[in-house]
Design a protein around this ligand. Structure first.
Ligand SMILES: [Zn+2]
Ligand SMILES: [Zn+2]
Length: 274
């Protein structure tokens, strides 16, 4: 099982970090979790262009996590030689968002259908499955479990646990620690959590920025969740504020105060094997 941080940025555009997304590869599946800014570019950079994405899992419908879902939909549709469904799993509301994206893309879809009349005879085939906490499903031989997370007032938000052949990884999405996150993390090999640095956020005298403190895990909270759950490898992403070159060990030290296992963090395309 391989986890790649295809985007480690946040809602704030960054010259070097794409928006939040993570790719999990195992059992022949390429499972993309969230679709932040630049995801289609990052997928190409790791040799998994959009047509090779097996399924997309959406943790929640905050814009930074779905900004480039439309790009993945279009690229998957145009670059795949035959009609292939693109499976998208997300919390209730995902179908409405996908319907809106397809409406936005309607002019483009009509142009391409009119232009490639012999080879492109079908519209994008996006199959949405809305999942609720407690749901389970499979992507190939990969088992997926869904749990509620706490990112209020964003509602509903979910975490996913992917398992195959005795290996497991939890994608926590955004949110603060809660019982259901603890439960789905329990005993997993790896845990990917989006994090903020409370000490740095507090230095920025801006109310809209301060507001993020009450609904995102800090680095320390992610580490505490990992320790409580017996996680072996803690993977941090979606750094707020953006982690600057040379700051990596400082961020790692904040997590290491509460977690004794391996801590993975870094630039976009950081990869780790579980
Ligand atoms: Zn976010
Ligand atoms: Zn969010």
């Amino acid at each position: 099982m391989k986890v790649t941080l295809t985007g480690t940025g946040s809602p704030i555009p960054d010259a070097n970090r794409a928006g939040p997304s993570t790719l999990v590869q195992c059992a022949g599946q390429n499972i993309l979790i969230d679709c932040g800014r630049g995801v289609a570019m990052r997928l190409v950079a790791i040799g998994v262009p959009a047509p090779f994405v097996s399924a997309i899992l959406i943790t929640h419908l905050h814009s930074d996590h779905i900004t480039d879902l439309n790009d993945v939909i279009t690229t998957h549709w145009v670059m795949t030689g035959i009609e292939t469904p693109l499976n998208v799993y997300g919390p209730p509301g995902t179908q409405t968002v996908v319907d809106g994206i397809l409406m936005m893309l309607a002019p483009d879809i009509s142009y391409r259908l009119a232009h490639h009349t012999d080879t492109l005879t079908y519209k994008p085939n996006v199959v949405v499955t809305e999942v609720k906490p407690g749901a389970t499903f499979a992507i190939g031989d990969v088992q997926v479990r869904v749990a509620r997370t706490h990112h209020q007032p964003v509602e509903p938000t979910v975490a996913f646990r992917l398992e195959h052949d005795g290996k497991s990884v939890v994608l926590g999405g955004d949110g603060i620690p809660c019982d259901t996150l603890d439960e789905i993390c329990a005993g997993a090999d790896a845990y990917v959590q989006t994090v903020i640095r409370e000490d740095l956020v507090k230095l920025i005298n801006n109310k809209r920025f301060q507001d993020i403190l009450d609904y995102h895990s800090t680095v320390e909270q992610a580490a505490q969740t990992a320790t409580k759950a017996g996680i072996k490898k803690l993977i941090l992403t979606h750094y707020v504020p953006s982690m600057q070159p040379g700051q990596e060990e400082e961020w790692r030290a904040f997590a290491a105060k509460y977690f004794a296992g391996e801590i993975v963090l870094g630039d976009d395309l950081t990869t780790t094997t579980i």
